[in-house]
Design a protein around this ligand. Structure first.
Ligand code: ADP
Ligand code: MG
Length: 237
C-alpha cells in the first residue's frame, strides 16, 4: 500500500509509516491546539522532502498572516510556491443571502479546488477548516453530500486530504457539526492542556496504528510527536 508521509517527526511511525494514500483525514482539536500548523507542515514537508505538490486551502480572512506566521519555523514557503510544489488558496463563500446560494457557491469553490489539484498534480490537500465552511451551510445534509462527492473525486486523483475541525474544549468532542466523521477515513485528535500538548490517532482505516496518546511539541521546526512516550487520558482536560 502506498503511504503518504506527514514528515512530522515521530508521527508517521505511529501509523506504520504514514497515512494510506487517498485517505481523507480529519484533524480535530480546540482552538490553539496546532491544527493550522499541522496542515501547513504537512503541505510544506510534502513539497520540500518528498517533491509532492500540495495545496493549502484556508477560510481565514488573513491568509497572508498565516503564511507569515509560519516563517517563525524557518520554512521557506515562497521557495516551494515558486517551484510550483505548493499553493495556498483562500476559500471565499462571500455573503450569499440564502441557503441555496451558499450550497451553489460552495459547490463552485470545490470545483475550483479540484481544478487546482489537477493542474498542480497535487498529491496533498488541506482544508482549514471544515468548521468554518459549516458555519455558512445550515443544512448539514447538503454539506455532507457536497463533501462526500468532493473527497471521492480527490481519492480518484490519489490525493490525500486533511480536513481540520475546530472542537469545543470537551476532550471527547471530535467536531463541531458531527458531519466530518461520515466522510473521513481517519481522525487525528490534538489536545492542549496547558502547558502540555498531545496527539491521538483515533482512527485510521487500512492500517494498524498506535492506540496511545502521545506528547506533542511545538518547537523551532514546527510540530513533533514523541512516539515512545504516553499521555494518560485522565491527564487531558
Ligand atoms: N514558533 C512557535 N513556537 C512555539 N509555539 C508556537 C509557535 N507558533 C505558534 N505556536 C503555538 O501554536 C498555537 C497556534 O497553533 P495553530 O495551529 O494556529 O492552532 P489552531 O489552528 O488549532 O487554532 C499558538 O497559540 C502558539 O501556542
Ligand atoms: Mg487554525
Amino acid at each position: 500500500m502506498d503511504r503518504v508521509k506527514t514528515g512530522i517527526a515521530g508521527l508517521d511511525e505511529l501509523m506504520n509509516g504514514g497515512i494510506p494514500q487517498g485517505s481523507t483525514v480529519v484533524v480535530s482539536g480546540g482552538t490553539g491546539t496546532g491544527k493550522t500548523i499541522f496542515g501547513m507542515q504537512y503541505i510544506y514537508n510534502g513539497a520540500k522532502d518528498f517533491k509532492e505538490p500540495g495545496i493549502f486551502v484556508s477560510l481565514e480572512t488573513n491568509l497572508k498572516n498565516i503564511v507569515w506566521n509560519m516563517t517563525s519555523f524557518k520554512w521557506d514557503i515562497k521557495k516551494m510556491q515558486d517551484a510550483k510544489l505548493m499553493k495556498t488558496y483562500r476559500l471565499n463563500l462571500h455573503e450569499p443571502d440564502n441557503e441555496e446560494m451558499v450550497g451553489r457557491k460552495l459547490k463552485e469553490e470545490l470545483e475550483v479546488i479540484l481544478k487546482m489539484v489537477k493542474e498542480l498534480k497535487a498529491k496533498r490537500l488541506v482544508i482549514d477548516s471544515i468548521t468554518a465552511i459549516g458555519i455558512w451551510v445550515e443544512k448539514k445534509s447538503t454539506l455532507r453530500s457536497l463533501l462526500y462527492e468532493f473527497t471521492d473525486k480527490l481519492k480518484e486523483l490519489n490525493c490525500t486530504t486533511l480536513l481540520t475541525t475546530e472542537t469545543s474544549s470537551q476532550k471527547e468532542d471530535l467536531s463541531a457539526f458531527g458531519v466530518e466523521e461520515f466522510v473521513s477515513d481517519g481522525v487525528i485528535a490534538l489536545y492542549f492542556s496547558p502547558p502540555n500538548r498531545s496527539l491521538f490517532v483515533r482512527k485510521m482505516r487500512g492500517t494498524n496504528h498506535s492506540r496511545n496518546i502521545h506528547p506533542l511539541e511545538i518547537g523551532e521546526k514546527g510540530l513533533s510527536v514523541k512516539p515512545q512516550d504516553r499521555v494518560m487520558w485522565e491527564s487531558i482536560k
